[in-house]
Design a protein. Structure first.
Length: 340
């Protein structure tokens, strides 16, 4: 095949290098793709860095990822040597074939929908496979894949945000969207932003922490760091969304009950070509000032029946945290009913 792999002696350093040499520079250009697009796809799916050095490619990352990437690159180079061309689907196919045994690998959107048709509902990310546990969660996940805009409404602990982020990661690594944008209203719950120490990022980050936690569950740390540095994953307060048009993106608005009516309208109209939006919230945990309408409640009323939008509702039966959480929610629901 004409490729020599120069691998350093075994070393526990997870950032050790594997060097691949490719004698035909013209074929190497085709292998890398326009603007190194093919390399970027391999990097994002396997969680490593690929550096181009003349007629060599340096693979930097964990040993398993380097082994997989080397096998994929060699297979694709052999395809080029045989006179065949590379298409985007060929990269994805090679990655799936080389996926580590027992490890969840990304699937195409068509494959995902076919799984639904067969009665299987699961989400495959780089680090784990996620399976919705309740019927409401299963229907929610299906709607996230099938609708351009989906609402997830219900109490804490029902997986609304967690499942939405999992689907977003799956669609990103599968090449169905170019970026993920996660947002929350930075509304204080008994504490004022101005009283918190640090600059604006340090003040806002505590509000965004649940979104960071979910991402760390689905992506290797180095891959997540790289995607965020490239702005392919963004986490920002809702106010930062004004004036933007989000195309080819998977966009999640979390804690939407704390968005005002005007903020909600502003957010929903950011939807651009090729994008999907998920809006999650809990109507019982509104932290807006007294007398301020929740944009989530208004959106439910105004958008009910609009084609292309799904509304998904959760109850205490869908709580997947500690069983006591479900009993607490049920107790509060009974108290609200008695008070009403």
């Amino acid at each position: 095949m004409g490729i020599s792999a120069l691998t350093p002696p075994p070393h526990p350093d997870p950032n050790a290098e594997t060097l691949l040499e490719f004698p035909n520079n013209r074929l190497l250009i085709d292998l890398c793709g326009e603007f190194d697009r093919n390399l970027a796809q391999i990097e994002h799916q396997l969680g490593l860095h690929i550096l181009r050095r003349g007629n060599q490619l340096a693979l930097v990352g964990p040993p398993e990822a380097r082994t997989q990437a080397a096998a994929v690159l060699q297979d694709l180079y052999a395809r080029l040597e045989s006179g065949r061309h590379l298409a985007a689907g060929d990269i994805d196919a090679a990655l799936r074939h080389m996926a580590e045994a027992g490890s969840p690998s990304p699937v195409s959107l068509d494959e995902q929908l076919e799984m639904f048709a067969q009665g299987r509902v699961e989400i495959r990310t780089r680090k784990k496979q996620v399976e919705p546990r309740t019927e409401a969660q299963k229907n929610y996940v299906k709607n996230l894949f099938q609708h351009e805009m989906a609402f997830g409404i219900g109490p804490a602990g029902t997986g609304k945000t967690y499942l939405a982020v999992a689907v977003g990661v799956t669609m990103l690594i599968g090449g169905h969207v170019d970026k993920i944008v996660l947002s929350r209203p930075a509304v204080e719950a008994g504490e004022r932003l101005g009283f918190l120490p640090g600059d604006m990022k340090e003040k806002v980050d505590p509000y965004m922490q649940p979104l960071y936690d979910a991402l760390h569950d689905f992506l290797p740390a180095k891959q997540l760091e790289k995607l965020m540095a490239e702005k392919r994953i963004e986490i920002a307060p809702l106010a930062f969304m004004r004036g933007r048009t989000l195309a080819n993106a998977f966009v999640v608005l979390d804690e939407a009950q704390n968005a005002t009516t005007m903020q909600m309208k502003m957010f929903l109209t950011r939807l651009g070509e090729g994008s999907r939006m998920v809006i999650t919230g809990d109507r019982t945990q509104i932290d807006l000032p007294r007398g301020t309408h929740s944009g989530l409640a208004d959106a439910e009323r105004i958008l009910d029946g609009v084609k292309g939008i799904s509304f998904n509702y959760f109850t205490a039966k869908d709580v997947v945290r500690h069983p006591l959480v479900a009993r607490i929610i049920e107790a509060y629901d009974r108290d609200d009913g008695a008070a009403g």
